[in-house]
Design a protein around this ligand. Structure first.
Ligand code: GLY
Length: 359
């Protein structure tokens, strides 16, 4: 059992630690502000059956298992959790342990934000994507039939517990999806980190422990820094959405679940980078470095041929960042630096989508 790194998300009296280590689920000190008698594990059957890692039963009183996958990220799943908590008379001092990937973390966080007007919860992410992105920063919520993540709340956990051992059973496709978000941090914020990823990609793909700890800790540190500056996304936090406006439109048009979220974000990141290069901002060299690194992790850098540019554009208009009917995009200026702009005509966006489609 070894704690490798602790990172603080600095939000005044709502600050909390992100603890990264190997085999650390048995350490009782990590379950901050929770009482095992009043703690409820929220997870799925599939995750609970993983052999390599599990939260010892002595840290919770009961468990609620919901369906696995994005299709279950809705108010019906919340309702089944509320019902269970109410039937079992869990009071305001209860604590939910969100044990799983991004879907479990987002649903559990939203239930924690709303059950009895707010109870404690702890994020225990088991996928790379949820370790480096969704478990940190307090975005919680569910999908609505009219849009992804449209119902939700900003609500911070008590702590985030990241056990690298749980990555051992993660399917390669899911690991690569997480890498899209890791690479994103290099592109938007940290040139040296991007260079480090380029140099160490072989070690990362072979799940070298030291390299995994480094990519997760650096990603969480960058995210913690941005969230501490702008918790509710009224400014800089929006840069964390590089590739996401295109990505969400791809997911919607291709059909949810066909591509991983990370794959859609990767492709979106490339389109945003192409747009930047065409506008004379991003250099050709930086553009190809971004594409090469994403391709190394088997992430798509072209839109599927069958996707229609106008339909993608329509879906982009439903993005939460749209203001005054204008699509706002995060655009890389160079590796390690980006900007936000809404100064794109419909025809520029459509043209960029067309040239990024598989021929
Ligand atoms: N996933 C983007 C954010 O947490 O702001």
């Amino acid at each position: 059992m070894k704690i490798i790194k602790k990172i603080k998300v600095d939000l005044g009296d709502r600050s909390y630690p992100i603890i990264i280590g190997n085999g650390i689920y048995g350490n009782k000190n990590l379950y901050r502000n929770s009482n095992p008698k009043n703690s409820i594990l929220v997870s799925t059957k599939k995750i609970k059956n993983l052999k390599n890692s599990s939260i010892p039963k002595r840290f919770y009183n009961s468990e609620i298992l919901i369906g696995d996958g994005e299709n279950f990220k809705n108010l019906n799943s919340c309702e089944s959790i509320y019902k269970n908590l109410l039937k079992n008379k869990y009071s305001r001092d209860c604590c939910l342990l969100a044990y799983g990937g991004g879907v479990i973390g987002d649903i559990t966080g939203y239930v924690a934000a709303t059950y009895l007007r707010g109870v404690n919860f702890i994020q225990v992410p088991t996928t790379l994507l949820s370790m480096v992105d969704s478990s940190v920063g307090g975005k919680t919520g569910v999908n609505h039939s009219l849009g992804k993540n449209m119902i939700g709340a900003f609500y911070q956990p008590q702590s985030v517990i990241i056990d690298l051992d749980s990555l051992k059973t993660l399917p390669k496709k899911q690991f690569n999806a997480g890498m899209a978000e890791v690479i994103k941090y290099g592109v938007i914020y940290d040139k040296q980190f991007f260079e480090w990823l380029e140099k160490n990609k072989k070690k990362i793909i072979s799940l070298d422990r030291v390299s995994l700890a480094k990519i997760i800790a650096t990603s969480c540190k960058i995210k913690a820094e941005i969230v501490a500056k702008d918790e509710k996304e009224s400014g800089i936090r929006a840069i964390l959405n590089l590739g996401h406006t295109f990505g969400h439109a791809i997911e919607k048009n291709i059909g949810y679940g066909r591509w991983t979220h990370g794959a859609a974000v990767a492709c979106g990141m490339v389109i945003a980078s192409e747009l930047s290069e065409k506008l004379g901002k991003l250099s050709k060299n930086d553009l190809s470095r971004i594409k090469n690194l994403l391709s190394y992790f088997d992430l798509p850098i072209k839109l599927p041929k069958k996707l229609n540019a106008s339909k993608l554009y329509e879906a982009m208009k439903n993005d939460k960042k749209v203001l005054n009917n204008k699509i706002r995009l995060i655009i890389p200026k160079k590796i390690g630096e980006c900007f936000i702009s809404d100064k794109f005509s419909k025809s520029t966006i459509l043209k960029t989508l067309e040239i990024n489609r598989d021929q």
